[in-house]
Ligand binder design. Structure first.
Ligand code: DAH
Length: 341
């Protein structure tokens, strides 16, 4: 083979390359691992020592020739492809605008809620999602082994049963009371977790907003007025509100709050189960035990608290029927909230 070395020069030079395919065939034939040049280098090992110098330098020249041709033609083809892509392109066309994103409906509701409460002097507070038993239960007047703990299907942290994923944002009430002296006027939006099977109506993670108001002479009338104001701001002036007596360990008296169904305007539909009313949260006067446990004199101060579901409110506001839509990230759903802030 080495005898033919000279003839390979003209062969490499004369090989016709006109497109990507023939360029690839050229590469395979001459410079690939199993190509001619590699084969010649194999044979070169057996060349007599006195011939090595001559053959070695020729072989390297052949290699450079083949590689050089390959590179040059490869560049030419690439440039040509780029030029072809632009041929016929109308440079005067206007730019395609970047599609505008939309805020997540839960973020929209969250900021609406915050701005409504900020107008009447509430600040925003925050707390951890991984909590201890004290802030989720004990500090909120849940006695040990009390069945009320069972009302909330808690995810406990396996390695440390004192730690858990908070089941409600009421935990932040305790943290606020620990760190602030009355008067306290704060709302606390955040994510909460419960061990529930995921369905159209339930999820293992969702969002709540908690409210806490502690001062001298705070009454149930203040609670009602605050929530009336909030509901009318958010859902409109014609929305009706009602309170039903209820029980929570951390409030006394306690109530559940319903609003007239926003979807059917109180006439009755599937969402309100034909009652005309839908529940949006719980509320009540802060139990004096909770105040005392958290270092606030219950003789001097009183307060109210409330907790509402952000998903719930968003579903009512926009007529969303399935809770799972909030976490699936389907752009066909999310895109419908464009323009809302
Ligand atoms: N934490 C309660 C729950 O998740 C909701 C709630 C009820 C919060 C009454 C409150 C309240 O602050 O006063 O079910």
């Amino acid at each position: 083979m080495l005898q033919n070395l000279d003839s390979y020069f003209s062969e490499v030079e004369g090989y016709e390359i006109k497109d990507k395919e023939s360029l690839e065939a050229f590469r395979l034939k001459y410079i690939s691992k199993n190509g001619l040049v590699s084969g010649l280098f194999e044979e070169f090992k057996a060349v007599a020592p006195d011939q090595k110098k001559l053959f070695g330098s020729k072989l390297n020249q052949l290699k450079q020739l083949a590689e050089g041709r390959f590179k040059t033609i490869q560049d030419e083809i690439e440039n040509q492809t780029a030029a072809d892509d632009l041929a016929g392109f109308d440079f005067s066309l206007p730019l395609v605008p970047n599609p505008l994103g939309a805020r997540h409906p839960l973020s929209i509701t969250r900021s609406r809620i915050i701005s409504i409460f900020e107008k009447i002097g509430f600040s925003v507070s925050d707390g951890p999602e991984i909590e201890d038993d004290y802030h989720n239960f004990t500090g909120l007047n849940f006695p040990p082994n009390h069945p009320a703990r069972e009302m909330q299907d808690t995810f406990f942290i396996e390695k440390n049963p004192d730690m858990l994923l908070r089941t409600h944002t009421s935990t932040v009430q305790v943290r606020v009371m620990e760190n602030q002296k009355p008067p306290i006027r704060s709302i606390m939006p955040g994510r909460v977790y419960r061990n529930e099977a995921i369905s159209a109506r339930a999820h293992c993670l969702f969002h709540q907003v908690e409210g806490l108001y502690i001062d001298k002479k705070v009454s149930f009338a203040d609670l009602k007025n605050t929530l009336y104001y909030f509901v009318k701001e958010l859902f409109g002036k014609d929305t009706q509100i009602r309170f039903r007596p209820s029980y929570f360990p951390f409030t006394e008296p306690s109530a559940e709050m319903d609003i007239s169904c926003h979807i059917c305007k109180g006439k009755g539909c599937n969402v309100c189960k034909h009652s005309g009313w839908v529940e949006i949260g719980g509320a009540g006067m802060v139990d004096p035990n909770v105040l005392e446990t958290n270092g606030i004199d219950s003789q001097e101060f009183s307060g109210f608290a409330f907790g509402m579901g952000i998903e719930r409110i968003t579903m009512l506001k926009y007529g969303i029927k399935d809770l799972r839509l909030f976490t699936e990230n389907d752009v066909r759903f999310l895109g419908q909230f464009k323009g809302n802030i």
